[in-house]
Ligand binder design. Structure first.
Ligand SMILES: Nc1nc2c(c(=O)[nH]1)N[C@H]1C(S)=C(S)[C@@H](COP(=O)(O)OP(=O)(O)OC[C@H]3O[C@@H](n4cnc5c(=O)[nH]c(N)nc54)[C@H](O)[C@@H]3O)O[C@H]1N2
Ligand SMILES: Nc1nc2c(c(=O)[nH]1)N[C@H]1C(S)=C(S)[C@@H](COP(=O)(O)OP(=O)(O)OC[C@H]3O[C@@H](n4cnc5c(=O)[nH]c(N)nc54)[C@H](O)[C@@H]3O)O[C@H]1N2
Ligand code: SF4
Ligand SMILES: [Mo]
Length: 669
């Protein structure tokens, strides 16, 4: 059976044998016979003995099994009661970017028909800054080119992104490009695995990326290396960029970023003279209070050289296996399906009429990251969480856990008793990726069909079936689906590019690109068809380092672990490969604080502290990097950028060596 990998947004297809349940990689697009350990061992978490197999209800302090009928009945009653008393906006839904397009489509449909735009997904913690910046400049919010294009560009910049650990299969495309002569330039706060094949390694001070980007543009403009023809014909706002970057000399940038002025000049020339180039970026760029500005600067740099369409591509590499699909299906509180703004009356009314109502709510809903304060204020009484673990994944999670306790109704729909599920009034057992079928969209916007390998475990049900029951119980129009295909057909009707296509094609091919394979080749999706430069200035991290908290703490990912660990830690083969979590500090800092590799240290921020072993590595002095998969968010800062993403990559911290040899299981969820 052909199944979409349940882990990362690269979107490998796995071939799973229904008899032996063993996994091998698919030979066609996009993984071409390649796979990483997470995909290879994906069946292990699906078959874990920890799977929840019956709906559970909290009574006093224990969870008791109940029937599906009772669960849906009680949950829908409570939701309707809360709506009656406090209005629809007292309820919020968190969609799961682990679930299919059909499932995301249904949940946002439920939320909007219920009367609220309080529907969001983990894109908020991830690439939402990229969506906002790309919308402002190019008019679309997603990766512009397919992976295959990476092999043909002169330079690839990899910015705040570590694909060697986070998207191991895309690295093969980058490696192939390098073999053909592409220059690889990596910008990070530490020496990453990805830097092993870099021609240029730029180790930057955390949170100073705008200054570096502006300075590269400064050099390109000063030396007249920009693409005048492209700028004239296809963009507006160039004069703003010229003005704004004037003061960002390489010498100034060296003082701020720590990267030598001569190196900045060299890479600016290399990038500009290559004639074509891609920029790939990740969480080192977006998870800052300057996240939107960081991405704007990256887009400006590409526009300056006309690196778009055939001559370049912008690659905000998406995180979860279906985060791109969740966004396209409208599981975002500020957009309808297709990233269409809520105030686009024509489209909104068209969706409403397709759903059998006159209109839909127009006011922006709460961001995922705004829910916790809303609960504290008493504005939000009920929360329905699908496949998301905010008690671990949100910044400064103590405040999230406090808020979860305050809710009148918390429903969690997941495979496992997660840290978040511990607070639930109702826990609904979802079936895993291989127990259902449906479509998923990867980072390059390729929609792929995923086949069913086995029957749902226990009494678990596919998410779409649970939503169908819920929609019906809430008395919403049209919730009579008896197969996934009916939902696929419904969402196909929302997109002009899909209206003429059919599901058969989707099932039998290597996927369908939405809206098309390569964006902006001739025209940008802006009202005048032109891209818009948006000049940006430096924005400082929210927290200052000072004598009490002299370090900049960042949080990173490891190849054999995954997000909050709920899936990967239930895969014995991955656990064997994982090793103990460690904090990376620089040699100079270690010497000064008399810390040796393997010593137990305490890391403290203004929000809390954790114990972890130290590792001495190649990282900027004054910076500590810890894996986010464990208790990192006890420490992190919840200050938000303009797209609602917290500054997960910068918290002021201090460290001290601990004398004790106490074990560090404190680091596990
Ligand atoms: N193995 C594995 N793969 C995954 C995941 C996983 O948990 N494990 N998660 C998936 C998800 S949801 C996502 S979003 C992607 C994320 O994929 P990535 O974006 O690659 O993930 P991170 O390791 O969080 O961050 C990338 C890099 O940013 C650097 N960085 C930190 N601060 C700064 C800064 O100020 N400037 C710059 N230039 N760099 C900085 C870090 O050192 C790190 O190397 O991975 C996906 N794939
Ligand atoms: N400090 C720090 N914090 C971060 C980050 C960081 O870099 N640093 N990164 C942020 C980013 S980019 C992200 S994306 C978030 C990720 O944060 P989360 O999305 O909260 O993390 P996951 O561990 O991926 O949780 C996915 C959940 O979905 C469940 N699940 C899997 N398949 C299904 C299914 O088919 N149906 C249902 N109903 N459930 C399913 C899993 O059991 C798991 O509980 O974390 C964010 N938090
Ligand atoms: S690279 Fe991503 S999609 Fe491919 S097997 Fe690994 S986790 Fe799955
Ligand atoms: Mo993510």
């Amino acid at each position: 059976m052909k199944v979409v990998c349940p882990y990362c947004g690269f979107g490998c297809k796995l071939i799973i044998d229904p008899q032996t349940l063993t996994v091998r990689p698919y030979k066609g697009e996009p993984n071409k016979g390649r796979i990483c350990p997470k995909g290879l061992y994906a069946m292990e978490f699906a078959l874990s003995k920890d799977r929840i197999k019956k709906p559970l209800k909290r009574e006093k302090n224990t969870l008791k099994p109940i029937t599906w009928g009772q669960a849906i009945d009680e949950i829908s009653h409570k939701l309707l009661e809360i709506r009656e008393f406090y209005g629809p906006d007292a309820v919020a839904f968190i969609a799961s970017s682990k679930t299919s397009n059909e499932e995301n489509y249904l949940l946002q449909k439920i939320a909007r028909l219920f009367g609220t735009n309080n529907i969001d997904n983990c894109a908020r913690l991830c690439h939402e800054a990229s969506v906002h910046a790309l919308k402002m400049t190019l008019g679309t919010g997603a990766q512009t080119n397919p992976y295959e294009d990476l092999e043909k560009f002169g330079v690839i910049i990899i910015w705040g992104y570590n694909p060697a650990e986070t998207h191991p299969v895309v690295v093969d495309y980058i490696r192939k490009a390098k073999e053909r002569g592409t220059k690889i330039l990596v910008i990070d706060v530490r020496e990453t695995l990805t830097m092993r094949f870099a021609d240029y390694k730029l180790i930057i001070k955390p949170g100073t990326d705008v200054v570096l980007a502006n300075s590269i543009m400064h050099v390109i403009i000063k030396e007249e290396l920009y693409n005048e023809d492209f700028i004239k014909k296809r963009t507006t706002g160039f004069s703003e960029i010229r003005m704004a970057t004037m003061k960002y000399t390489p010498e100034y940038a060296e003082r701020v970023t720590g990267i030598a002025a001569s190196l900045i000049r060299e890479v600016a020339r290399e990038f500009a003279l290559a004639g074509s180039g891609a920029i790939m970026w990740g969480m080192g760029v977006t998870q800052h209070v300057s996240g939107v500005e960081n991405v704007l600067a990256i887009v400006d740099l590409a526009l300056l050289l006309g690196y778009i369409g055939e001559r370049g591509g912008l690659y905000p590499m998406r995180g979860q296996n279906n985060v791109q699909g969740a966004a396209y299906m409208g599981a975002l509180s500020e957009f309808l399906p297709g990233y269409i703004p809520l105030d686009d009356e024509k489209f909104r009314k068209r969706v409403a009429s397709l759903w059998g109502v006159n209109d839909l709510p127009t006011e922006r809903g709460l961001y995922l990251t705004e829910l916790w304060d809303a609960i504290e204020r008493g504005d939000l009484m009920a929360l329905y969480i699908v496949g998301e673990n905010p008690a671990v994944s949100e910044a400064n999670f103590a405040r999230v856990r406090k808020a979860l306790k305050k809710l009148d109704l918390l429903v969690v729909q997941d495979l496992f008793m997660t840290q978040t599920a511990r607070y639930a009034h109702y826990l609904l057992p979802a079936s895993s990726f291989c127990e259902k079928e449906g479509s998923y969209m990867n980072s390059e916007r390729r929609i792929q069909w995923s086949e069913k390998v086995m029957e749902p475990l226990g009494d678990s049900k596919p998410d779409w079936e649970i939503f169908t029951m819920l929609g019906k119980a809430l008395d919403l129009p049209g919730f009579n689906y008896s197969s996934v295909e009916e939902i696929t057909e419904e969402y196909f009707r929302l997109f002009p590019e899909l209206e003429e296509r059919d599901i058969k094609e989707l099932k039998e091919s290597d996927g369908i690109f939405l809206p098309k394979k390569r964006l902006h080749t001739w025209e940008f999706a802006m009202p005048n068809g032109k891209a818009r430069f948006v000049a940006v200035e430096r924005i400082f991290p929210w927290e200052n380092t000072n004598n009490d908290y002299p370090f900049a703490l960042t949080t990173i990912r490891l190849i054999n672990n995954y997000n909050t660990g709920e899936m990967a830690l239930r895969s014995p083969s991955l656990v064997k490969l994982m090793g103990e979590p460690k904090a990376v500090i620089s040699e100079n800092d270690a010497r000064r604080l008399r810390i040796k590799a393997g010593d137990l240290i305490e890391i403290a921020t203004r929000r809390g502290k954790i114990r972890i072993k130290a590792e001495i590595g190649k990282i900027r002095e004054g910076v500590i990097a810890i894996p986010f998969h464990f208790k990192a968010n006890k420490l992190t800062n919840s200050a938000l950028n303009k797209a609602g993403t917290p500054e997960l990559k910068f918290s002021a911290a201090r460290i001290r060596k601990l004398k004790t040899e106490r074990p560090t299981q404190d680091n596990y969820p």
